[in-house]
Design a binder for this molecule. Structure first.
Ligand code: FAD
Length: 132
């Protein structure tokens, strides 16, 4: 996959598919060596007008808050790391593990709070029965 970000992409938006493809093939030839373009067997251009959003000035000041752990909210996404898919995947796994761990702790605490002799319904913890 190749792509032209920001102004480079904007300059191609109104070009024909053929012109866009040829522009990229010429770049590939220049970087990878003449003749490389001949090895490309398929090319399909897509135009994403808002494909690469810009952050507003001062956005970096939010980062410490985003990275700080919270009680029961688990964030995931590329903005927590490298801005690439790898961060999206690793932070997604971490968030899922933290949520699963918290739920497991909750279950253990409920099981400890349950007193079998005092409960007519063994599925309900003692703390819930008192308030019911
Ligand atoms: C042009 C381009 C080329 C790229 N090339 C590469 C590459 O070669 N390799 C690479 O690793 N990465 C690349 N990336 C980056 C990669 O696409 C991102 O890092 C990755 O998609 C981030 O995944 P994510 O799940 O964190 O966020 P996203 O994929 O952005 O998913 C976030 C989702 O949340 C939804 N959403 C947002 N706000 C709300 C809301 N308020 N309510 C409900 N839903 C909401 C959005 O619609 C979106 O579907 C590229 C990105 C671009 C734009």
């Amino acid at each position: 996959m190749t792509f032209s970000p920001a102004g480079l992409g904007q300059a191609l938006l109104d070009k024909s598919d053929e012109e866009i493809v040829n522009s990229h093939l010429a770049d590939l030839d220049q970087i990878l060596g003449h003749g490389f373009a001949d090895s490309v067997v398929e090319a399909t251009p897509f135009r994403w007008k808002d494909g690469s959003p810009y952050c507003f000035p001062g956005r970096a000041k939010l980062q410490p808050t985003l990275l700080r752990g919270t009680g029961r909210v688990f964030l995931a996404g590329d903005y927590l790391g490298t801005l690439y898919t790898e961060s999206a995947i690793t932070t997604g796994f971490s968030a899922a593990q933290e949520a699963a761990s918290l739920l497991a702790s909750d279950r253990q605490q409920r099981a400890r709070a349950w007193t079998p002799t005092a409960s007519p319904n063994p599925t309900r913890p003692a703390t819930e029965r008192k308030s019911a």
